[in-house]
Design a protein around this ligand. Sequence first.
Ligand code: CTP
Length: 400
Amino acid sequence: MSGLHGARVLLGVSGGIAAYKSADLVRRLREAGAEVRVVMTEAAQRFITATTLQALSGHPVRVSMWDEAAEAAMGHIELARWASQVLVAPASADVLARLAHGHADDLLATLCLATAAPIAVAPAMNRLMWANAATQANLALLRQRGVAVLGPEAGEQACGEVGEGRMREPAALVADLAALLVPKRLAGHRVLVSAGPTYEDIDPVRFLGNRSSGRMGFAVAEAAAAAGAEVTLVAGPVKLPTPPGVRRIDVRSAAELHAAVLAALPGQTVYVGAAAVADYRPVEVAERKLKKSDGPATLVLERTADVLAEVARHPARPRCVMGFAAETHDVEAYARGKLEAKRLDAIAANRVGVAGSGFDAEDNALVLYWHGGEQAFGPGSKRSIAAGLVAWIADRLGPA
Ligand code: CTP
């Protein structure tokens, strides 16, 4: 899913070493379906040439307010009107300051003032410049005015230091823009998502877990937030970044997940139970590490609460409750059985144990079952499948 078809992106490139990534960014924006026109600041030209960006964007690159030939072809006000989205990447500390204070001292700043299109910035600078109170105050002002701030990320910097201030990678920026442009079909709705595995402790060093990566649930949370919902994500132990705009509550065991979901339930319009919650936990958790002995060992397990079924029967039941089922065989029969037994609105079933889909995989394929219908999603990225599930939820709910 590219999501940028028909978008007219005005890309502002400012001066910073990350400007070399702008070439890749232009290429990826176009691959995703966007038309791209580039404006560079004076300083940006010290890092990358206009010729490169012109060749990749397929349009002349504008660098100055005072270029008569360019003004005759497409005046700067016309360019500001042309844009359906402005992206400043990299956005230097200086550009952020000038945008925050409404300067119109070069072409890029003027365009940002003159456009009615939404503006996104991808900051890139030395970590101390980023952390500086002046930069942070400028960002707060921009955010308050509705400017989307994408990144920066932490890591090794061109100046040799390590910290926050690296520009987000072009691929991530394209995905961010696609998410920003998604119709806000879940605006006004509150969506609660559970994701990841649970770990049931046996002793201080061992636990019972499963192979859920959490990626499907995180993708659903991300897609719901992109569609304008207020999203709470209850996450089991996974190593995944929190999707933008999502409130995250980390849990470890089925009991913790149960408590966190029920506490967050009042006021939610949707619950998506994507977590692979343990059905059993050890009756006793040993306080000290268990020692081996010669014979076989026995672990006594007890049932955990079925969070999904409880949510669906709760007085504060969300209007739409969606479960997940991972099955190795008889997928439809088991999935429909769970739909009935747990009183769900829908259940997304995938076959596990086949290569390339399910728990550990990047991609997935699943079938959504509900009373009187079914729809296949994928094969495709978990992100694109999540967008499909969120669209189904939006259809089901109607306007908030
Ligand atoms: N689920 C839950 N709480 C549990 C167990 C499962 O909320 N204690 C939810 C999961 O989040 C998922 C769905 O129930 O949405 C999975 O259904 P389930 O019947 O538990 O699947 P399995 O654990 O695979 O069950 P079975 O072993 O019977 O196939």
